[in-house]
Ligand binder design. Structure first.
Ligand SMILES: [Zn+2]
Length: 318
């Protein structure tokens, strides 16, 4: 399971999301040779999801393809190839033997990781122009992330490396976090955290972040304050991490940064204010790479993570 694929043959990258599975056949130089996508059978159980992944792989597969890389939602352990935990987005997904299940269905060795870390693998950059320390933050319904050193994404104990949302944050003092602790960044900086803070301050209900963002755009003071506070908390945490790690690239992804200039300006100002002098030119950037980033990141997992081989003694279903 530790053997690595040959570097002169194409591999298949699969990106499993809550609504869509995207597949690509990727040449060794990163060229996408074929693409396919299909809906995720999210409510039909893990076996149906594995079957759909196999269908997607078959749709792009060439005879010389050597391995499959899967970037999946949920907490994924690349060493065991299983889904450690997951939300209800995919029914029955937690506990799934992702790598061996897909290896059996495709007859190819499979490497897997969660989608945030797979994207970071891709965004670490090609050899030669690679960040030495990449800090990748994804701010959305949670605050996730990844840290890559010389192109290798850190996994850490129990696979928790990169869980930026669970840094202590002064702005989140006393607020309960999804992990069971309190005062963590995610509680004030994730979309639901910003929305809840707006409601606490204004007494006005808001169903989602976009509602708060729209009110902030109309200069509603509580909405503006909630957006700015979430942005400032994230910016300070990222700036502090950049100092601690000596980051030379900081990528800011996820849906929250897309709500507008108010958010981004506040985040950038807070980030810059934390930086030590040698890092002062550093600024968070949007993820480059476009729509193929996820499948390219998935394909890249086959050269950096353990491969789980099909059980040849029982014969693989193809
Ligand atoms: Zn937490």
């Amino acid at each position: 399971m530790t053997a690595h694929r040959p570097h002169d043959a194409p591999v298949i990258g699969l990106d499993l999301g809550g609504t869509k599975i995207a597949a690509a056949l990727v040449a060794p130089d990163g060229t996408v040779l074929a693409r396919h996508s299909l809906p995720t059978p999210a409510t039909e159980g893990a076996e149906a999801v594995l079957d759909a992944l196999a269908v997607a792989a078959r749709a792009v597969r060439s005879s010389d393809a050597t391995a499959v890389g899967v970037a999946a939602a949920g907490v994924i352990d690349p060493v065991t190839g299983t889904v450690t935990s997951a939300t209800d987005t995919l029914r029955g997904w937690a506990g799934t033997a992702l790598a061996t299940g897909l290896a059996a269905r495709t007859g190819l060795p499979v490497a897997c990781d969660n989608d945030v870390r797979a994207a970071a693998t891709e965004l670490a950059g090609p050899a030669g122009q690679r960040a030495s320390v990449l800090l990748y933050a994804a701010v959305g319904t949670g605050v996730g992330g990844a840290v890559a050193v010389d192109g290798r994404v850190l996994h850490g104990a129990a696979g928790v490396a990169g869980h930026l949302g669970h840094l202590p944050s002064p702005e989140a003092e006393g607020l309960p976090c999804t992990c069971g602790a309190s005062g963590h960044l995610e509680a004030i900086a994730a979309g639901p955290g910003i929305t809840a803070h707006y409601t606490r301050m204004s007494g006005a209900p808001a169903d989602r972040l976009e509602t708060v963002a729209a009110r902030a755009a109309q200069a509603e003071p509580h909405a503006t304050a909630a957006v700015v506070l979430g942005a400032r908390a994230a910016g300070r945490a990222l700036g502090g991490l950049a100092n601690a790690l000596g980051a030379d690239r900081v990528v800011l992804a996820g849906g929250v940064p897309r709500i507008g200039a108010l958010y981004l300006d506040a985040l950038h100002a807070a980030f810059a204010a934390e930086l030590m002098p040698p890092l002062r030119s550093l600024r968070p950037v949007s993820p480059r790479g476009g729509p193929d980033t996820a499948v390219l990141g998935a394909a890249a997992l086959t050269s950096t993570l353990p491969l789980h081989h099909p059980d040849r003694t029982t014969g693989a279903r193809r």
